[in-house]
Design a protein around this ligand. Structure first.
Ligand SMILES: CC(C)c1onc(-c2c(Cl)cccc2Cl)c1COc1ccc2cc(-c3cccc(C(=O)O)c3)sc2c1
Length: 232
């Protein structure tokens, strides 16, 4: 059937993409990845700084999602806490797949591989990065997928799931149409994108174990990360 994005849907997409492009890790923070200390401790500290900055960026992006600030306040917090790790996997995955111009990709992989994360988590993590890279998402798809991840109704402790569904559904519909228009030769593309969201949920479990093993080795996180990940 003739798929067409309505004016309202184009306006919604523009709000999300503009917010996504406006809120990014400051270049001076991202550039720190390129400095030349590569000890496990230094890598952990740098990744902690990146994650902390990324959470701040994520909160600002989320506040720009139409309707988010009208949700119940506890539910706003539950959605941010429940989606932070997944949104950060999406963001760091885009760094890998965009082959960041200033060599961030190589150094980011190097630092993640040498930051005290045990081998068993490396495989699923880098498989995810590869599977995102293979999608060659345009920025509209990346921005919508991040908003859809944040607006996942069945996060722990969300009380009014219907209110979150009412915000997520229009995003899913715009993304579905965008995929049909952007990838006419691949009718399954939208389904593949949603499959990544399922893969993201499995990474939540691995990440919880990564946090535990870091904490057992007395690694410290920033107050913001402690709050969003309920640690310490
Ligand atoms: C606390 C810390 C040790 C940690 O614990 N788990 C994870 C994690 C790891 Cl390993 C992998 C996936 C998810 C998480 Cl959450 C992390 C590090 O998380 C991050 C989070 C976001 C970003 C964005 C980056 C980035 C680089 C260049 C450019 C840009 C850019 O947006 O331009 C972004 S790096 C980076 C590192």
């Amino acid at each position: 059937e003739k798929v067409e994005i309505t004016k309202a849907q184009r306006a919604l997409m523009k709000v999300i993409v503009d917010a996504y492009n406006r809120h990014k890790i400051p270049q001076d923070v991202a550039k720190k990845l390129l400095q030349d200390q590569y000890s496990a401790e230094e890598n952990f500290l740098l990744l902690t700084e990146m994650a902390t900055s990324q959470v701040q960026v994520l909160v600002e992006f989320t506040k720009n999602i139409p309707g988010f600030l009208s949700l119940n306040h506890e539910d706003q917090i539950a959605l941010l806490k429940g989606s932070a790790v997944e949104a950060m996997f999406l963001r760091s995955a885009q760094v890998f797949s965009q082959k960041m111009p200033n060599g961030h990709t190589e150094v980011l992989e190097e630092r993640i591989r040498k930051s005290g994360i045990s081998e068993e988590f490396m495989t699923p993590m880098f498989n995810f990065y590869k599977s995102i890279g293979e999608l060659h998402m345009i920025e509209e798809e990346q921005a919508l997928l991040t908003a859809i991840t944040i607006l996942t109704p069945d996060r722990p402790f969300v009380k009014d799931q219907q209110a979150v569904e009412r915000l997520q559904e229009p995003m899913l519909e715009v993304l579905r149409k965008l995929c049909v228009l952007q990838h006419p030769q691949e009718p399954q593309y939208f389904a593949r994108l949603l499959g990544r969201l399922t893969e993201l949920r499995t990474l939540n479990h691995y990440h919880a174990e990564m946090l535990t093993s870091w904490r057992m080795n007395d690694h410290k996180f920033t107050p913001l990360l402690c709050e969003i990940w309920d640690v310490q």
